[in-house]
Design a binder for this molecule. Sequence first.
Ligand code: NAP
Length: 216
Amino acid sequence: MTSDPGSLAGAVALVTGGGTGIGRSVAARLAADGATVTICGRTEATLAEAVDAIRAATPEARVQPVVADVTDEAAVAHAVDAAARFGDAPLGIVVANAGGSESMGPITQLDVAAWDRTLAVNLTGTMLLLKHGGAALVAGGGGAFVAVSSLASTVSHPWFGAYGPAKAGINMLCRQAADELGPSEVRVNTVCPGLIRTDLVQPIIDDPGSSASYRD
Ligand code: NAP
């Protein structure tokens, strides 16, 4: 990880799913560059471990954990509020990173409850963060909202179930939000990672068929 210490001094950020994987690295980078960072997720112990690791790497880091499920509107509102209160400036950076998949498998055999849960964490979670985090960014005079989508939002893979459709929904949701919030100085973007070695994708990396499809 390269860093530019001080470049984000005074900035106030919220990263969902910041306890592990991509979100934890994003939070570590923001903290190393001087931002005040709130990370949220559902698992208190994971968040605490991430806070310790970020502080170990950057002793002056200002980082706090907030337990919140991004599919729960009240919890998202609380996380946004906690992130804004933690900083000395208005909330300026929101990263909607929490996501995952519970619905891998043939489309003819998809479990509807697992489909719903996958749409909820990815698409509804991003919408709720846009609703509450976007409002905070506007109220603070502007900022940046970044949603973590996926290569799977634009490239189809067999047996990906609800994941690709949910991520494609994030792309369109963020285009719509960019049109709405741009005039209020809020930039809204998605990033679409390819395969990044985290716990989430270990089953894909381990499965030769899925892995080959992704690499192709
Ligand atoms: P990860 O380590 O599993 O990270 C997912 C994080 O989201 C976890 O910290 C998890 O913490 C949190 N989370 C899950 N459900 C949540 C919920 N309902 N509310 C709040 N937090 C929740 O996997 P990752 O690879 O870093 O994934 C991060 C993002 O990148 C995801 O959106 C994923 O779809 C996307 N992505 C990953 C790859 C890749 O190759 N790794 C590629 C493209 C896109 P808790 O379980 O404790 O809540």
